[in-house]
Design a protein around this ligand. Structure first.
Ligand code: ARG
Length: 565
C-alpha cells in the first residue's frame, strides 16, 4: 500500500487537479505533529479567487476520513493529512517483514542498462585516496541503480596506456630488479619511475629512448608488450587486494589500452564530419562556441591522448551496451575534460552524448598529520584502511571485551566508517578526514548505525516470541509512529539518490532511521517483564523491520552490518 499515492489521489478528487499536478506540489510537513502529507492551497488561490486558509478550510470539510487517512486538518494555507496510525503501521511493517531484504526495491529501471565507471586507478602508480572516493561513490551508485531494477555494468577504466609506459619500460630495463619489484610492485615501480625523471633531467637522451619504447609498445613489440603486461598484472593484484577489503568487484577492467585499436575510427569519423582542424601541428576540435578550449584529438607527433581514448570508449560502450546512462565517477579536477569530450561527441551527432554524465566529487583533506604514512603527497590507501580497522579493534576490545570475533567485526566497522565518511555529504564537498568523528560510536558515523542494527539484533535474539500477527493498534505512540514513517521513506531516498547520483540521500536516510530506532528503543520498553505480551510482540515486529531496512540501506552504501559489537 502506497500511502502517498493514495493521498495524492484523494487530493486530486477533492481539488479537481490532476494527480501529476498534486504530486508535484505536496510536501512532507516539517514536524510529525503537522501530519504525514501536506497540500499547499495557495496553488488554487488564483483560480478560486480565495485566500489559501479559506481554501484549506473548505477542502478539509469536503474530506471525510477513511481506513487509511484518519483526517485532514486545515493549518494556515495548508491542508494536512494524517494517516491512520494503526493501519499504516500494520501495512508498512507487515510489508517489510514479508519482503525482508527485498523491501524498498523497484522495477522502474527494467530493461535499461546503466554503466557506472568508477575507481579507475593508474597502473604502476599508487591507488590514492581520490580513487577510494570514486570507489565508494561508484560502488554505492551501482547498488542503488540495481535496487531500482536497472541492469548495471560496473567498469574500471584503468589508466594502463600512455607515453609514461615508455618511460617505465626504459627505467625497468636500466634499474629494475624483478625480485624486489615482485615483493612490493607499485612502490618499486614508482621508485624507478621517479628515478627516470631525475636522471632524464641531466640526460635528456633518456626521453628519446623512452619515446622509442612507447612506439615499440604501440606497434606490439613482444618485449615491450610483455613488460607492460607484467606491470599491469602486478598492479591489478594489488588493486584487487583493496577491492576485496571493500567487497568491490567489476564487470569489466577494460582500461585505456583496450581502446588503442578503436581510435583510428574515431579520428576518421571526426575528420569526415569536418570537425578536425589543425592547431600548432595538432588535430583539434574547436569548442569556442561553448567558450571551452579546443579538445586535442591527435598530438603533433600523431599520438592520441587521454581524450581520444575516452571518446573511443564512449562509442564502444554505446555499441556494446546500448546504455540508458553512462556514468563517470571521477574527481572535479577532470570536469573540463568531460565537458570537452561530451561536447565533441555532441558535435559528432552522437545522440547518446546526452546520456553521458560526469559524476564529480571533491578533495580529501587530512588535518591530522599523524593520520597515515605519507609517501610524497600520496596517502596510501591500504594504510588508511588498515589504520581504521586497527583503531576500531582497540575500541572494540575495550568496549566489548567478550566479543567472539573482534577482528572480523573491526574489519566491517573500520571499513564502514571510511565509506560512510565519503558518502556523508553531497559528493562535491571536500572531505576532512577525522578519526574522532569517523569512529564516534554516538555521532554521525557508520559505527553508530551499525551499532543500532546490532542492538536490534540482540533484542531479537533475547526474545523468544515471533513477531508475526501482531496487533499494531498497540504501537502508535509518537516514537513508534515516527520510526514506521521513516521505514516507509526508504524507496524515496533510493530514488532521490539515483536521480541526483548522490548516495548521501541513502546515507542521511539510514542515519535518521537509526536515530528514530534509538529514540523508540529508549522510550518504548520491549523486553521488560511488565510489558504486555501483545505490546511486546508488536514492538518486536518494529525492531525486526528496522533491522531489515538498516541492513539493506547500509548495503546500498557498500557497508556491512555485524550481528553484535
Ligand atoms: N585514471 C584516471 C586517473 O587516475 C581516471 C580515469 C577516469 N575515467 C575516464 N574515463 N577518463 O586520474
Amino acid at each position: 500500500m502506497d500511502y502517498k499515492e493514495y493521498t495524492i489521489k484523494k487530493i486530486a478528487e477533492i481539488t479537481e487537479l490532476s494527480q501529476e499536478a498534486v504530486s508535484s506540489i505536496v510536501e512532507i510537513p516539517p514536524e510529525q505533529k503537522l501530519g504525514d502529507l501536506a497540500f499547499p492551497c495557495f496553488i488554487l488561490a488564483k483560480t478560486l479567487r480565495k485566500a489559501p486558509p479559506i481554501i484549506a478550510k473548505e477542502l478539509s470539510e469536503k474530506f471525510s476520513g477513511d481506513t487509511y487517512i484518519e483526517r485532514a486538518e486545515a493549518v494556515g494555507g495548508y491542508l494536512n493529512f494524517f494517516y491512520n496510525r494503526a493501519q499504516f503501521t500494520k501495512d508498512i511493517v507487515e510489508e517489510v517483514l514479508e519482503k525482508g531484504e527485498n523491501y524498498g526495491k523497484s522495477q522502474i529501471g527494467e530493461n535499461k542498462t546503466v554503466l557506472v565507471e568508477y575507481s579507475s586507478p593508474n597502473i604502476a602508480k599508487p591507488f590514492h585516496i581520490g580513487h577510494l572516493f570514486s570507489t565508494a561513490v561508484g560502488h554505492s551508485l551501482s547498488r542503488i541503480y540495481k535496487q531500482l531494477g536497472y541492469k548495471v555494468e560496473s567498469l574500471n577504466h584503468l589508466g594502463d596506456w600512455g607515453t609514461q609506459f615508455g618511460k617505465l619500460i626504459c627505467a625497468y630495463k636500466k634499474w629494475g630488479d624483478s625480485e624486489v619489484i615482485a615483493k612490493d610492485p607499485i612502490n618499486e615501480l614508482l621508485k624507478i619511475y621517479v628515478k627516470f625523471h631525475e636522471e632524464a633531467e641531466a640526460n635528456p637522451a633518456l626521453e628519446d629512448e623512452a619515446r622509442e619504447y612507447f612506439k615499440k609498445l604501440e606497434s606490439g613489440d613482444e618485449e615491450a608488450t610483455g613488460l607492460w603486461q607484467h606491470f599491469r598484472d602486478l598492479s591489478l593484484v594489488e588493486f584487487k587486494r583493496v577491492y576485496d577489503m571493500l567487497g568491490v568487484s567489476f564487470d569489466s577492467y577494460a582500461g585505456e589500452s583496450f581502446y588503442t585499436d578503436k581510435m583510428p575510427e574515431v579520428v576518421d569519423i571526426l575528420r569526415e564530419k569536418n570537425l578536425l582542424e589543425e592547431s600548432n601541428g595538432a588535430q583539434v576540435v574547436d569548442l569556442s562556441e561553448l567558450n571551452e578550449p579546443p579538445c586535442i584529438i591527435l598530438k603533433s607527433d600523431g599520438a592520441t591522448i587521454y581524450a581520444t581514448r575516452d571518446i573511443a570508449a564512449a562509442l564502444y560502450r554505446h555499441r556494446t551496451y546500448d546504455f540508458h546512462k553512462n556514468i563517470y565517477v571521477v574527481g572535479t579536477p577532470q570536469a573540463l575534460h568531460f565537458k570537452q569530450i561530451f561536447a565533441v561527441m555532441n558535435k559528432a551527432g552522437w545522440e547518446f552524448a546526452k546520456d553521458c554524465v560526469h559524476v564529480n566529487f571533491g578533495l580529501v583533506k587530512f588535518p591530522d598529520k599523524k593520520l597515515s604514512t605519507r609517501h610524497g603527497d600520496v596517502v596510501f590507501l591500504e594504510d588508511v584502511l588498515n589504520e581504521s580497522v586497527n583503531k576500531t579493534l582497540e575500541i572494540i576490545k575495550e568496549n566489548s571485551p567478550s566479543i567472539e570475533n573482534p577482528e572480523e567485526v573491526s574489519q566491517k566497522i573500520g571499513i564502514g566508517a571510511i565509506l560512510y565518511t565519503f558518502l556523508k555529504n553531497s559528493r562535491e564537498k571536500d572531505i576532512v578526514f577525522s578519526w574522532d568523528s569517523m569512529l564516534d560510536f554516538e555521532g554521525e558515523s557508520a559505527p553508530y548505525v551499525q551499532y543500532s542494527y546490532a542492538r536490534g539484533k540482540s533484542i531479537l535474539r533475547r526474545s523468544n516470541i515471533t513477531a508475526r500477527d501482531a496487533d499494531f493498534s498497540l504501537v502508535t505512540t509518537d516514537e513508534e509512529y515516527a520510526l514506521v514513517s521513516q521505514l516507509n521513506g526508504f524507496l524515496d531516498a533510493v530514488k532521490d539518490a539515483a536521480e541526483k547520483n548522490e548516495p548521501f540521500y541513502v546515507n542521511r536516510y539510514v542515519t535518521n532511521l537509526a536515530r528514530q530506532f534509538n529514540k523508540f528503543y529508549n522510550n518504548c520498553p520491549i523486553l521488560k517483564d511488565d510489558v504486555d505480551e501483545n505490546v511486546k510482540k508488536a514492538r518486536l515486529a518494529l525492531v525486526e523491520a528496522s533491522c531489515h531496512v538498516i541492513k539493506s540501506a547500509l548495503y546500498l552504501l557498500g557497508i556491512d552490518t555485524v550481528e553484535s559489537m
